[in-house]
Write a protein that binds this ligand. Structure first.
Ligand code: ZN
Length: 110
């Protein structure tokens, strides 16, 4: 990877970190405890529970993604950055731009 590509990737990671943080904030609001039964109808309470479990899952995934992105951001200047953690080949640059948090190449991720 050239230094220009690294700079572009760094910016991309920073941007992704910000997006993910914003997403986490939104999901935190959406995953607050559901109001007691009597304030909602039965059906909308069921909906609220369903939506909450979807959002809970989304929140967990977003937090995991944030951790990975922050790790990628810290490691970007290390020589091992961009190498597949399984086969040690370089991870395709396109893949890194798309998913900067990836630690596996396309083949190993499959
Ligand atoms: Zn690999």
């Amino acid at each position: 990877m050239t230094s220009e590509q690294k700079i572009a990737l760094k910016q991309k990671i920073e941007q992704e970190i910000n997006n993910t943080k914003a997403q986490i904030e939104e999901l935190k609001v959406l995953t607050q405890p559901i109001k007691p039964e009597n304030s909602l109808g039965r059906v909308s309470r069921m909906d609220a529970i369903n939506n909450k479990s979807i959002n809970d899952r989304g929140l967990r995934m977003a937090k995991m993604k944030l951790t990975k992105l922050e790790m990628a951001f810290e490691k970007i200047d290390e020589s091992a950055f961009g190498k597949c953690s399984r086969c040690k080949n370089n991870i395709q640059e396109k893949r890194l731009m798309l998913l900067p948090e990836s630690t596996l190449c396309v083949r190993c991720a499959r």
